[in-house]
Design a protein around this ligand. Structure first.
Ligand SMILES: Cc1ncc(COP(=O)(O)O)c(C=O)c1O
Length: 393
């Protein structure tokens, strides 16, 4: 029987959205071969779906991985990794600077008997000292969320190799356009594909890329817990991936220009962008990133939360919203948003202040972004705000 979509072998330009949840079995032998993994085929959506499989293959290629598994969100991807590779009695090292919801997952893992150590990205040179015989995984983000701190991936690999632990890198901030952790020694790379890979604020997805063996292990967990992405979101993601390199390039070109502008603003302090020469991680970022330094930056506005709020409320082009890596520029105060996942006493321990803002630079004309920031800084109090804050210190 010829494929009704390609009767003459002329493939559609877009992977069809296959909404089917279950598939008819042609015969028992085919069913056996599919379930034994001898042939590619589909039986039930929780197991696999052709639209999903198409994006998995694309992301694997982008991350120089043998394969990739896609699931319902970035946090589902992180959780798949923890559940697949950790067991009671294992030791997990996490960085304070990773996306806040990982903290909540760490509480669940502790309840299941996993020992968790937290480190600041600033102290990544201490990683060696924190490795123990039962260390099974180090999970890090570089650049980190929200302060854009940089961790040396090759050095982290040397540290985990001492005990044969797994190195997992969340590459959401850097994106595969600028950084390929697997090439630098990571065992697995994780993405919130909700962000730059999708890129249009209209889908949630997560991805984990690694070896074929990793794919099989992660697939087991995904099939068991049922966080397979739906076909429609997979199709949106496929569409996003087609323009991803153009968007990622434009975002980082814009971001460095915005960062250089912010450097000169008296009401801006603690500006963090890995592309700036004075960023503490610039040298490492230059070694492990390529084609730019991404679209994310963070900075403090004035001297108080109200200064930051006034600044954000005065913006006209840049949206006050969470998420990042999308076509539009987005800004938020992490202390009041993404860090709500953390208990209050932990929120300020690794350098995020109440007036720290995180800016995800979009693909708009950079002149318009800078104009917007300039007019809003003026309304937030301009240089007088900073001077008052300095006098208090
Ligand atoms: C670096 C990073 N990893 C993971 C996640 C979680 O992704 P999702 O919101 O798709 O679950 C986020 C969300 O902002 C993130 O910024």
């Amino acid at each position: 029987m010829s494929d009704p979509l390609t009767p003459y072998g002329n493939r559609p330009m877009v992977t069809p959205i296959v909404h089917a949840v279950n598939y008819e079995y042609r015969d028992f032998e085919v069913l056996r071969k599919i379930t034994d993994g001898e042939i590619d085929g589909y039986t039930y959506h929780r197991d696999d779906n052709p639209t999903v499989r198409a994006v998995e293959k694309r992301i694997a290629q982008m991350e120089f991985a043998e394969d990739c598994i896609v699931c319902t969100s970035g946090m589902a991807a992180c959780t798949l990794v923890y559940l697949t590779y950790l067991k009671t009695g294992d030791h997990l090292i996490l960085f304070n600077d990773i996306y806040g919801a990982n903290y909540k997952v760490s509480l669940i893992l502790e309840r299941l008997g996993v020992e968790v150590t937290w480190l600041d990205a600033d102290q990544s040179s201490r990683l060696d000292d924190c490795i123990k015989p039962n260390t099974a995984m180090v999970f890090l983000e570089t650049p980190s969320n929200p302060l854009c701190k940089v961790i040396d991936i090759k050095a982290a690999r040397r540290a985990v190799d001492k005990v044969g632990a797994l190195l997992v890198v969340d590459n959401t901030f850097a994106t595969p356009f600028h950084q390929n952790p697997l090439k630098l020694g990571a065992h697995l790379v994780v993405h919130s594909a909700t962000k730059a890979l999708g890129g249009h604020n209209d889908l949630m997805a997560g991805a984990v890329a690694g070896s074929k063996q990793d794919y099989t292990r992660l697939w087991f967990t995904r099939q068991a817990i049922g966080c397979t992405l739906d076909a429609y979101s997979a199709s949106l993601l496929e569409r996003g991936l087609k323009t991803f390199p153009l968007r990622a390039g434009r975002m980082s070109e814009n971001a460095i220009k915005v960062a250089r502008f912010l450097q000169k603003q008296p009401s801006v302090s603690r500006l963090s962008y890995p592309g700036l020469e004075d960023h503490p991680g610039h040298k490492t970022a230059k070694q492990q990133m390529h084609g730019g330094f991404g679209g994310l930056l963070s900075f403090d506005v004035g001297g108080s939360e109200n200064d930051a709020k006034r600044f954000i409320s005065s913006l006209k082009l840049i949206y006050h919203a969470v998420s990042l890596g999308c076509t539009e520029s987005l800004i938020c105060i992490p202390f009041l948003t993404t860090m709500l996942y953390l208990p209050p006493e932990r929120r300020m321990t690794f350098g995020v202040n109440r007036n720290t803002v995180r800016l995800s630079v979009g693909i708009e004309d950079y002149g318009l972004i800078i104009e917007d920031v300039m007019q809003a800084l003026g309304k937030a109090g301009g240089s007088t705000v900073r001077k008052k804050a300095e006098n208090k210190e």
